[in-house]
Design a protein around this ligand. Structure first.
Ligand SMILES: *Cc1c(COP(=O)(O)O)cnc(C)c1O
Length: 389
C-alpha cells in the first residue's frame, strides 16, 4: 500500500468546483494585491481565532519578521525562544539583527518548558543582560498550544512582549486562567502560516498576524506596504509583506471546510491512540503523541494535530522500514536550532538543551491528513508493529 505523508491532490479533488469558480472570479476582476478578498479573510480569521485584528501577510516567516518589527525589535535586543522548531522562528529574530536566546522544551509537549524559560531569564538577570531581552517567542508545535499561563506570568514579571508562533496551530485551544483562548490570541501578537501543508494551506505562500492591540494593528498594516501612509509617502521603514487576493480567495473557500478537517485530524489521532494503546506498545521504546494536561489549570488543551508524532529509539531505522512498506513519514526536526551551522555564532554547544536534542533524534511524524482512511491507518500501525516486534 502506498500512503503519502500528505495528500493535497485528494483534498483539491474534494473541493475543486468551489476553488476553480473562485479563482476564475479573481482572474476576471484582475485585482491581485490586497483588496476585498484579503479584507474578508482577515475578518473571518480574526473572528475564528478570537482577536480584534488580523493582518494578512506574505508568509508565516514574514508574519514573524513583521511582528518583531512592529515591536521595534532590532540590533542590540534579544528574544527568547525554543530551539525545537522550524528554522523561521529563530531566523526572524536573527534577520532583524537581534540575538536569539534559547531555552529547553518540555519532553511531553515539545513546547517551551516554562521552568527552563524561568531559569534562562533569571540567569540573564544575574548577568545584568535582562534589559536587552524584549520578547518571548513560544511556538505551538505540531498543533498543540504551549503552556501559556506561566509564560505570560514570566512576561509580565520581566516586562516582555509575547509573540506566539501559531503557524502549526490555527484554531488550537488553550484552557488557561483567562478561559479558553485560541492559538495566537493569548500573547501581544500571534502569527499564522498558510503554507500549503498547514492545516489551513493556500496554493502558494501566505500568513497572518493576530492581535487585540489597535495601535500595533495599524503599525502592521503600514509596515506591510513599505511603511507607507498613502501613496509614495513613508512614515517608517517597512517592506513588501502583502498577502495577494488569489491566495485569500482560495483560503476563504478552504476556510469553510476547516472545522470539518480539524475534526477529522482529531478523529484520526484518536484512532492511532486507541490502536497503539491496544497493542500495549507504550514502553520505553515507543511513545504516542500525548495531549498535555497543564499544571496551572489542570485542563486538557484542544490539539488540532498539524502533526501526529511518535517517539522511537530506532527512529531512522523505523522510518526506512516504513518507506520500504510504502508509508511516507517526516522528521520535524532532525537538528535542534542551537546546533545549526548558521547559528554557530550564538556560541551554544551540544548538551546545552538535552531535551530538545533527544527529541530531534527520536521524533517521527506519521500521516494524519483528513483524507487518510482507517484502512490506511491500520496498515501503518501494522507496519510499525512489524518493525518493533
Ligand atoms: C511553517 C512554519 C513557519 C513559516 O511559515 P511559512 O509560511 O512557511 O513562511 C514558521 N514557524 C513554524 C513553527 C512553522 O511551522
Amino acid at each position: 500500500m502506498n500512503i503519502p505523508m500528505l495528500d493535497l491532490k485528494a483534498q483539491y479533488a474534494s473541493i475543486k468546483d468551489e476553488i476553480d469558480g473562485k479563482v476564475l472570479e479573481v482572474l476576471s476582476a484582475q485585482n491581485f494585491i490586497l483588496g476585498a478578498e484579503v479584507k474578508a479573510l482577515e475578518e473571518e480569521i480574526a473572528a475564528y481565532s478570537g482577536v480584534r485584528f488580523a493582518i494578512g501577510v506574505s508568509s508565516g516567516s514574514d508574519a514573524l519578521i513583521i511582528s518583531l518589527m512592529a515591536l521595534g525589535i532590532g540590533s542590540g535586543d534579544a528574544v527568547v525562544t525554543t530551539p525545537f522548531t522550524f528554522f523561521a522562528t529563530a531566523g526572524a529574530i536573527a534577520r532583524l539583527g537581534a540575538k536569539t536566546v534559547f531555552c529547553d522544551i518540555d519532553p511531553v509537549t515539545y513546547n517551551i518548558d516554562p521552568r527552563s524559560l524561568e531559569e534562562v531569564l533569571l540567569k540573564l538577570k544575574k548577568g545584568r543582560r535582562i534589559a536587552r531581552v524584549k520578547a518571548i517567542l513560544p511556538v505551538h508545535l505540531y498543533g498543540q498550544v504551549a503552556d501559556m499561563d506561566p509564560i505570560m506570568k514570566l512576561a509580565a514579571k520581566y516586562n516582555l512582549r509575547v509573540v506566539e508562533d501559531a503557524a502549526q496551530a490555527i484554531g488550537s485551544e488553550y484552557p488557561g486562567r483567562k478561559g479558553v483562548r485560541r492559538a495566537g490570541a493569548i500573547g501581544t501578537l500571534g502569527t499564522l502560516s498558510f503554507y500549503p501543508s498547514k492545516n489551513l494551506g493556500g496554493y502558494g505562500d501566505g500568513g497572518m498576524v493576530l492581535t487585540d492591540n489597535a495601535r500595533l494593528a495599524d503599525k502592521l498594516k503600514m509596515l506591510r506596504v513599505h511603511g507607507g501612509i498613502g501613496k509614495y509617502y513613508y512614515k517608517i521603514l517597512g517592506g513588501n509583506f502583502r498577502l495577494d487576493a488569489l491566495q485569500a480567495a482560495i483560503l476563504r473557500v478552504k476556510y469553510r471546510h476547516l472545522d470539518e478537517w480539524q475534526q477529522k485530524r482529531r478523529e484520526r489521532a484518536a484512532y492511532y491512540d486507541q490502536k497503539f494503546a491496544a497493542l500495549g506498545m507504550k514502553d520505553a521504546r515507543f511513545v504516542q503523541t500525548p495531549v498535555a494536561v497543564y499544571r496551572d489549570s489542570g485542563a486538557r488543551n484542544f490539539h488540532t494535530y498539524h502533526q501526529y508524532v511518535i517517539r522511537v529509539k530506532d527512529r531512522d531505522k523505523l522510518q526506512a522500514h516504513l518507506k520500504t512498506n510504502g508509508v511516507g513519514t517526516s522528521v520535524f526536526y532532525p537538528l535542534s536550532l542551537h546546533q545549526q551551522q548558521c547559528f554557530a555564532d550564538l556560541g551554544y554547544r551540544r548538551g546545552d538543551f538535552p531535551v530538545s536534542e533527544k527529541a530531534a533524534k527520536e521524533v517521527l511524524a506519521l500521516p494524519i491528513h483528513p483524507e487518510l482512511t482507517a484502512e490506511q491507518q491500520d496498515y501503518i500501525v501494522d507496519s510499525i508493529k512489524g518493525f518493533l516486534g
